[in-house]
Design a protein around this ligand. Structure first.
Ligand code: HEM
Length: 503
């Protein structure tokens, strides 16, 4: 994020900037949580392109479809660098992972591996068994909870903490795609853990504990933006991050070693794990695909794919609970296309157009990365007619752009029909970003979200707790979480009872 070369030569027309910048902090004191909401407010006063001084860094904030397109088409190469905070450097191998690498040959190589080898249509097709298996485990557990509640006079259904369940689902899908931890066991679909609360493998549970230690420190505003706090490592932030990161990396290396042993025993088939794909590349080019590169890759995929996916399903379920008519319409579509004699699977998604509209509308209203990931300019350029110097961080407020009243009728309303029949084609909707650094995991994400959401709708009746509207306030965090984690009441649909009893 740092401005590397001070003021640039061609700053004839700098973007507007809010008044009130103070020494050291710049505009940091204006920032309230959630960050994207503060930026939306500032855009109303300062227009579609404005700059902020955040501690020692400069950022350009873009809040119009035209200017966002300009950044990711005309200036896509200029903005293809990443802008990293110091804490992000510590957790991402000094920015060497795909999502954090600067634009150049190294990033291109990692990106090619991700797009062609790890997250291609073929590979995601191979993962559909994993996705459906994990979703099946989740609905089986929900069915048991619903049956227990019905037996014990829980007339309104079982009260389910959907946030936790969905996070575990999403982490398990990635754990199995990346490392096949369950396939390594003799009984790949074991009964629940000892206290009966999760379907995660022991490896996924351990990894969850490790990431829970790392996350609280990433992007903690003051430590990241005020160099003086870092010089003296105030509150021991640096040492805590490094200790947590070294536990995470040791864990990932154990997964890599386990896969290496499995490959040596010849146990990997066509549907091999992503670690096995990377180890096969290592055999061909050991000096390029070192264990550190593979560790960084895995860490990046977990970091980029877990909470983004689970939060999207959580927002979608929240929207459906507050819009029961839409939920019924989605269920009718699933009943007609899939029926009641089996669970929905990934192969059904192409025939579930309305479900796909619900997901598109959810991502319009609640994009998991409301400001995308920060980019950084590698040269001076012009955006919206303003001069933006080299070394400026770029924050594209897709959250605000997706709700632009000049583009969308009643922008805050949940109306999946907007996406029916290609009606939204040509409008700027970019929850996965745009251009060179667009999310390479979109296909995997949409498949996981589709099967998870579709199965929840197919198998259960959902009701709000105490009949109260679901609170839709946005919290703050690396992705855009719900301020109040979603809980809902769940009852098994009679029509699906037999199917669920048998799984
Ligand atoms: C609903 C779920 C998801 C959403 C909304 C999402 C969104 C995004 C966004 C907005 C970016 C940044 C784009 C930019 O820089 O302009 C991104 C980058 C990235 N995403 Fe996703 N993502 C999701 C799921 C996934 C999954 C499942 C994976 C893989 C397991 C993944 C892997 C990545 C990677 C590796 C990058 C960095 C790409 C690069 O810098 O070249 N994402 N994602």
């Amino acid at each position: 994020l740092a401005r590397r070369d001070g003021k640039s030569r061609s700053m004839r027309r700098p973007p507007p900037s809010p008044p009130g910048a103070v020494p050291f902090l710049g505009h940091l004191h204006l920032i309230k949580k959630p960050f994207h909401a503060t930026l939306s407010g500032l855009a109303q006063r300062h227009g579609p392109v404005f700059t902020l001084r955040l501690g020692s860094r400069d950022a350009a904030v873009v809040t119009s479809p035209a200017c966002a397109r300009e950044c990711f088409t005309e200036h896509d190469v200029t903005f293809a660098n990443r802008s990293l905070l110091p804490s992000q450097r510590l957790v991402t191998f000094d920015g060497a992972a795909l999502g954090t690498a600067s634009y150049g040959p190294r990033w291109r190589d990692l990106r090619r591996v991700a797009v062609v080898q790890l997250l291609s249509a073929h590979r995601v097709g191979c993962m559909s068994g994993v996705i459906c298996g994990e979703v099946r485990a989740m609905v089986r557990r929900l069915h048991r909870a619903a049956a227990a509640a019905a037996g014990g006079s829980g007339a309104g259904g079982a009260r389910i903490e959907l946030k936790r369940r969905l996070f575990e689902l999403s982490l398990s899908v990635l754990m199995e795609a990346i490392a096949e931890t369950k396939a390594k066991r003799r009984d790949p679909d074991p009964e629940p853990d000892a206290d009966g609360t999760t379907d995660m493998s022991p490896e996924a549970q351990e990894f969850k504990r490790v990431i829970d230690e790392v996350f609280p420190y990433v992007s903690s505003v003051l430590w990241d933006y005020l160099p003086v706090l870092r010089w003296f490592d105030v509150a021991g932030v640096r040492s805590r991050i490094l200790a947590a990161v070294s536990r995470r990396d040791a864990f990932l290396r154990r997964l890599i070693d386990a896969e290496r042993r499995r490959m040596a025993d010849g146990v990997c088939g066509e549907k091999k794990s992503l670690i096995a794909v990377l180890l096969a590349l290592q055999k061909l080019e050991p000096e390029v695909y070192t264990d550190t590169v593979i560790t960084a890759f895995c860490s990046n995929l977990f970091g980029a794919g877990t909470e983004t996916t689970s939060t999207t399903v959580e927002w979608a379920m929240s929207l459906l609970l507050n819009n029961p008519g839409t939920l019924e319409k989605a269920r009718a579509e699933i009943d007609a296309a899939v029926g009641h004699s089996r669970l929905l699977n990934a192969g059904d998604l192409p025939r579930l157009g309305y479900l796909r509209c619900i997901i598109a509308e959810t991502l319009r209203l609640y994009p998991a990365a409301p400001l995308l990931l920060p980019h950084e300019s590698s040269a001076d350029c012009k955006v919206g007619g303003y001069d933006v110097p080299r070394g400026t961080a770029l924050l594209v407020n897709v959250y605000a752009i997706h709700r632009d009243p000049a583009v969308w009728e009643e922008p805050g309303r949940f109306v999946p029909e907007r996406f029916e029949g290609g009606k939204a084609e040509g409008l700027f909707v970019a929850p996965f970003g745009m251009g060179r650094r667009k999310c390479p995991g979109e296909r995997l994400a949409l498949q996981t979200v589709g099967v998870a959401l579709g199965s929840l709708i197919q198998c259960f009746h959902w009701n709000r707790v105490d009949g109260v509207e679901v609170d839709m306030s946005e919290g703050s965090g690396l992705t855009m979480p719900k301020a109040v984690p979603l809980e809902a009441l769940c009852t098994t649909r009679e029509a699906m009872y037999d199917v669920l009893q048998k799984i």
